[in-house]
Design a protein. Structure first.
Ligand code: PMP
Length: 425
């Protein structure tokens, strides 16, 4: 079966709504490498979009899941509960930022975590409105989509959106949007559109993911926290993409000393198995009545078993520090290319949640075309990269934090060559 005919079958059998960025059909994967059906090997700098932070098939994750497979795979926690679910909640209550009593629920996807955080915030405050940020991404379900601050492709044709969702611009100094302007926009929103006393929550990604890997500053997050406190609004940190050592801390909010009332998690938590969570202040988490939260597969035993192993691996392999050192090496390499590649306008990101942003060298305007050329050159050479950003002109790096040194060095060489070749393409 060739990849081409598989692509044809895919197009014939699957909705085009499920986009794909490569035509590689995975055959097997190990740590930071994927082999396709033709036996070609790729270095994976996408990690299933920030999921396998601990690498593909980390032996400890696989062992934990195998053990669970041999005991039971599904009882539904709402029917016959199991201890490792309780224990994982205890662990998250311990490690999620905030020195107050916490409680947790498990669900299956990031979007579901976001949906539930909003439900919980509404139940706890008795308020309806939710504020999110332009460029933000919170999932493809209805509330996640409404909160997402990007129309194409996420909202086109899917209205009406759930009501009482408002957006303010995310501060990105590089694009002329300062923190002061964003806070000003929030104040204007309170004056013109929604009474702050009706706002249940403000949701923010500490580093915007799909939106372009733009980190929020400590000062901005602190001011947001103050505004929330002033008006009795809950702060939700969407750590679905930033979580689990990616930014050099277990959670990105730890960089800022700002504590959210509710934290959403998914992706890296399960190391490749579907599990997501919401953790927050105990009294807020208890606001919904029994039966108001949950789901058939919520906290599936295999995902729970994987998550325990992921937390162990992050600690035992010191992956937070590993993220910082890998990120520094990557950023240095990109910085050293600036002279040769004037398209590079910014290199950024905490830990190993890094990005490079490109403008056209002549027009100085964001160049999705250049970013895409780099991505395709790299793919040809066996390195899987992802783009992102409202303008599509950013390449984000999401390699497993367990990537071996020699493979990481090889990837940096491919990246450099791809950027330089994209210039002459
Ligand atoms: N929130 C953020 C910050 C995300 O990055 C994503 C996924 N890219 C989601 C929510 C949605 O997660 P999922 O795709 O698992 O529903």
């Amino acid at each position: 079966m060739t990849a081409t005919s598989l692509a044809d079958r895919r197009n014939a059998a699957i909705s085009r709504g499920v986009g794909v960025t490569t035509q590689i059909y995975a055959d097997r994967a190990e740590n930071s490498e994927i082999w396709d059906k033709e036996g070609k090997r790729y270095i994976d700098f996408a990690a299933g979009i920030a999921v396998v932070n601990t690498g593909h098939r980390h032996p400890r994750v696989i062992e934990a899941v195998k053990k669970q497979l041999d005991r039971f795979t599904h009882t539904c926690h709402q029917v016959v509960p199991y201890e490792n679910y309780v224990e994982l909640a205890e662990r998250l209550n311990e490690v999620v930022p905030g020195s107050f009593a916490k409680k947790t629920i498990f669900v299956t996807t990031g979007a579901e975590a976001v949906e539930n955080a909003v439900k919980i915030a509404r139940a706890a405050t008795g308020r309806q409105a939710v504020i999110a940020f332009g460029g933000g991404f919170h999932g493809r379900t209805f509330m996640g989509m409404a909160l997402t601050g990007k129309v194409v492709p996420y909202k086109v044709g899917f209205g009406a959106m759930p009501g009482d969702v408002f957006h303010v611009p995310f501060p990105v100094e590089l694009h002329g949007q300062t923190a002061e302007q964003s806070l000003g926009a929030l104040k204007k929103l309170f004056a013109a559109d929604v009474d702050p006393n009706r706002v249940a929550a403000i949701i923010i990604e500490p580093v915007q993911g799909e939106g372009g890997f733009y980190p929020a500053t400590t000062a901005f997050l602190k001011q947001l926290r103050e505004i929330c406190d002033q008006h009795g609004i809950l702060l939700i940190a969407d750590e679905v993409q930033t979580g689990f050592a990616r930014t050099g801390k277990l959670f990105a909010m730890e960089h800022h000393g700002v504590v959210a009332d509710l934290t959403t998690m998914a992706k890296g938590l399960g190391g490749g198995f579907p599990i997501a969570a919401v953790t927050g202040r105990a009294e807020i988490m208890d606001a919904p009545g029994p039966g108001g939260l949950g789901g058939t597969y919520a906290g599936n035993p295999l995902g729970v078993a994987a998550a325990h192993a992921v937390l162990d691996v992050i600690k035992d392999e010191d992956l937070c520090n590993r993220a910082t050192s890998l990120g520094n090496r990557l950023k240095q390499r990109l910085e050293s290319l600036r002279e040769k590649a004037p398209e590079i306008v910014d290199v950024r990101g905490p830990g190993f949640m890094n990005a490079v942003e490109f403008n056209d060298a002549t027009t100085k305007l964001p160049s999705a075309d250049f970013a895409n050329k780099v991505r395709l050159k790299a793919l040809e050479k066996g390195l899987i990269l992802l783009t992102c950003g409202v303008h599509g002109n950013v390449i984000r790096f999401l390699a497993p934090l367990t990537v071996q040194d020699n493979i990481f060095a090889e990837a940096l060489d491919i990246l450099e060559a791809s950027i330089l070749e994209a210039r002459s393409a």
